[in-house]
Design a binder for this molecule. Structure first.
Ligand code: DAH
Length: 340
């Protein structure tokens, strides 16, 4: 057994002398491996007389544990020494601040939404929420879009039940009806949120996007009030006065209905954003249809109103020069980190 004792002693000496973690890892593999003392002992067992096999096996196990403990002890000692060297060395400055945790940032749509909310609340408007899974009645019927109306087809509705009573809202306009049910006139409210359409997705179409509805109900509301409010909105977003124009537009829930265009905020004589026309289509709007007021429990003989449907996704893209709508909800950090 002299040979075994020698192997054991050499192995322990080498482990204790290991200079760094890498050397220690090498040694560990070697002394606990097939050709190390433990491996050799185990390999010798089949050739031994049966009565000494058991004892040899036990010895191998004891040695294995002894070597493992030596490796562990040496590893701790090396790590402790490295730490000590770092602490006492010139490069360690305990007064430096700890590394900062990574912070997220607000999504560009959230930023634009909050800015608009601030702007509208400063003018006395409420900010309301509506459900994303909406009753068909609110999404269509109460908005003067009857069952057989073609607008129902053009909206590419996602239906949530076989009867189609529940839909993913295709616009924030149902928020108008819910606002009328919640608030007594006169009132003004915006309803920002997500809307859904079964669109074929490309750089300018998404199945999920954001809109912000606006509704003002008061006595003697005119198109002038609508234009004034939209000009204030533009000043808030682009930081300067911007000329607007109205073109006729058709939506069942407004009469008359308009498309409101704004002078391109980025150029004076045509650019890629306004497609060389100096005008950009900003939003559809109009005077609230009497049927819609009635559906909201408001007497159209006494009250009048204007409404608008702002494309928040589109506005966010305009504002930050984003050219692909799919980026907005991609969750891609390379995109989002640009707004930190
Ligand atoms: N809800 C319409 C849509 O998504 C947009 C709209 C048009 C909203 C006219 C309005 C409005 O409030 O007055 O297509």
């Amino acid at each position: 057994m002299q040979e075994f004792d020698d192997l054991r002693r050499t192995a322990l000496e080498r482990v204790t002398a290991a200079a760094d973690l890498e050397e220690l890892r090498e040694l560990e593999r070697e002394v606990l491996g097939k050709d190390g003392p433990v491996g050799r002992l185990l390999a010798s067992i089949p050739a031994l007389p049966p009565e000494s096999r058991r004892e040899t096996g036990q010895r191998a196990n004891t040695l294995k544990r002894e070597l493992e403990a030596a490796v562990l002890e040496r590893r701790n000692a090396i790590e402790e020494a490295a730490l000590e060297a770092e602490r006492s060395g010139g490069s360690f400055d305990p007064t430096l601040p700890a590394p900062k945790p990574r912070r997220g940032s607000l999504h560009p749509i959230t930023r634009v939404t909050r800015e608009l909310e601030d702007l509208f609340t400063s003018m006395g408007w409420h900010v309301l929420d509506g459900p994303e899974v909406e009753l068909e009645r609110y999404n269509f019927d109460a908005l003067n879009i009857p069952r057989d109306h073609p607008a129902r087809d053009t909206m590419d509705t996602f239906r949530c039940d076989p009867e189609g009573k529940l839909v993913l809202r295709t616009h924030t306009s149902p928020g108008q009806v819910r606002a009328m049910e919640r608030l007594r006139p006169p009132f003004r409210a915006i309803v920002p949120g997500k809307v859904f359409r079964n669109e074929t997705v490309d750089a300018s179409h998404e199945h999920t996007f954001h809109q912000m509805e606006g509704l003002c109900v008061d006595r003697d509301v005119s198109v002038g009030h609508l234009i004034g409010t939209m000009k204030t909105l533009l000043r808030g977003i682009f930081g300067k006065d911007i000329e607007v124009r109205l073109r006729p537009g058709y939506f069942p829930f407004v009469e008359p209905g308009f498309e409101l265009d704004a002078r391109c905020p980025f150029c004076t004589s045509g650019c890629s954003v306004c497609k060389q026309s100096t005008w950009i289509e900003l939003l559809p709007c109009g005077m609230v249809h009497p049927n819609v007021l009635r559906a909201g429990g408001i007497d159209p003989e006494q009250w009048t109103g204007f409404a608008f449907g702002l494309g928040l996704s589109r506005l966010t893209m305009l504002r930050y020069g984003i050219d692909d709508v799919r980026l907005l909800l991609s969750g891609d950090l390379r995109f989002l980190e640009q707004f930190a």
